[in-house]
Design a protein around this ligand. Structure first.
Ligand code: SAH
Ligand code: DHB
Ligand code: MG
Length: 221
């Protein structure tokens, strides 16, 4: 199995289920033109997030790691009219590109991109009484996931769902020799989720246009 095959199958899946969309296409183009790394979720993964928001009837979403707002738009479009999404981003250029992409999507009234390190903005959200969030999507720096999970637990309620991207890292998480700081960060996060009796969790490996990685999903008991 090769990356070319995974990419070809993702193109096949997109051909079936993900209609080409001018707003999402423009968001990807503007992000690439601004020099942002192409590490957003795939189209099929974005649509999975969208379906989950609708299935959960989530009204209040927290995203940690905005980049150009591609996953943000998939999530935000699944919200009901009074729904709200707040997305945390540390990089000013990423936040600026994301805000422009979100404005083009028509979601500016329901989506806030908050600039700052998530370790500073998460306590702010708590003190502002912004929770509880129905869905938290963790997708920022991997060494930070352990702390983001801690804050996610404070900002959710029974029945809330926490999803984390990149929990497999090309299989690196299962290789004890792998000392990469991102892999170590993800392992520390996965162990913390395992030890947290207030959640029920699993992880699913993913392959596709974005390589070999995985999603963790947890529900608050
Ligand atoms: N969710 C996006 C991809 C996010 S990429 C999508 O799928 O479309 C990860 C993002 O997290 C980057 O934009 C990076 O700048 C941001 N990030 C890294 N460290 C962060 C921190 N400490 N606080 C907030 N955001 C951070
Ligand atoms: C990478 C991929 C991601 O989805 C992410 O959020 C951060 C980094 C990567 O492949 O390096
Ligand atoms: Mg990711």
């Amino acid at each position: 199995m090769s990356q070319e095959q995974w990419t070809a199958v993702d193109r096949y899946i997109e051909g079936l289920f993900v209609a080409s969309d001018p707003v999402l296409d423009a968001a990807l183009r503007a992000s690439a033109e601004a020099g942002l790394p192409g590490i957003q979720v795939s189209a099929a993964q974005g649509k999975l997030l969208h379906i989950l928001v609708r299935a959960l009837r989530a009204q209040n979403i927290l995203e940690i790691g905005t980049l150009g707002g591609y996953s943000t738009i998939w999530l935000g479009r699944a919200l009901p009219p009074a729904g709200r999404l707040i997305s945390l981003e540390v990089n000013p250029k990423h936040a600026e590109v994301a805000r422009s992409n979100i404005a083009r999507s028509g979601l500016a009234g329901s989506v806030e991109v908050r600039l700052g390190s998530a370790l500073e903005t998460l306590p702010q959200l708590l003190s502002e009484g912004r929770g509880p969030f129905d869905l938290v999507f963790i997708d920022a720096d991997k060494p930070g996931y352990f702390d983001y999970f801690h804050w996610a637990m404070k900002l959710t309620r029974r029945g809330s769902v926490i999803i984390a991207d990149n929990v497999v890292r090309k299989g690196g998480v299962a290789d004890p020799q792998n000392r990469d700081e991102n892999v170590l960060g993800i392992r520390r996060f996965n162990e913390a989720v395992k030890k947290e009796s207030r959640v029920t969790a699993t992880a699913i490996q993913t392959v596709g246009a974005k390589g070999y990685d995985g999603f963790l999903m947890a529900i608050v008991n």
